[in-house]
Design a binder for this molecule. Sequence first.
Ligand SMILES: O=P(O)(O)OC[C@@H](O)[C@@H](O)c1c[nH]c2ccccc12
Length: 268
Amino acid sequence: MSRIQATFATLKSQGKKALIPYITAGDPHPKHTVALMHALVQAGSDIIELGVPFSDPMADGPVIQCATERALAHKVGLINVLEMVREFRRVDDRTPVVLMGYANPIEAMGQAKFAERACAAGVDGVLTVDYPPEECQDFVQLLKSQQLDPIFLLSPTSDSSRVDMIVHQAAGFVYYVSLKGVTGSQNIDIAEVGTRVKAIRSRTDLPVGVGFGVRDAATAKAVAEIADAVVIGSRMIQEIENSSEDALLSNVAALTQSMRTAIDDAKT
Ligand SMILES: O=P(O)(O)OC[C@@H](O)[C@@H](O)c1c[nH]c2ccccc12
């Protein structure tokens, strides 16, 4: 059983939903990333989505674009991110880490080499925004051969045949993007998301996570009532951006705890 599967199985047996914070590796400075990951776990996160900085992050809104720029200013690339995961794993052998990123850095390293190195570093899942699921069967096989779960995005525009094609390749969980737009958007329509998540569930047994537009505790709670996992990105990044170095870990922990409490309050 993969770490991601084990995490969802444990949560299910406890009647709980997963909290998945997103942070960009190397933001605000590479020296903070591993400490931030541990702080996120201690404050109640179940899985960490770790962004690989890339110069052209086309699915990201301004908040995460700026985080990417801060990380790139410190020259953080894929190799450094894998090193951070390796360091995190020396202390935490339980919490799954999903790498979120774009195809280009993976292509530069080579898909096979990437899969090997990611597995060796202790990565659990890989979400690549711009590999179309129709065209990445080989990559999916490479990931699976290294016990890495391919995480795919489903969106409001995915029709049922596309959902079927994607869940067939996916492992660990699937990520439903709550709205048409970029990360950090607002105005998530909970009723609409609920309908879509139900439709996805009727086609797969994989857990369904929901992200894009979860910025406050009330929304996190509402999403936890309809999905298996709640992803929180831009709001986390804003907390990082607005914190002094001294308050960084405690502020991020406080935000995480408030989201954890809200998610545990959800009626499921
Ligand atoms: O920032 P938001 O609106 O909370 O959405 C989550 C998101 O940030 C995170 O999962 C993510 C960051 N970059 C992405 C690119 C594509 C899909 C997902 C992501």
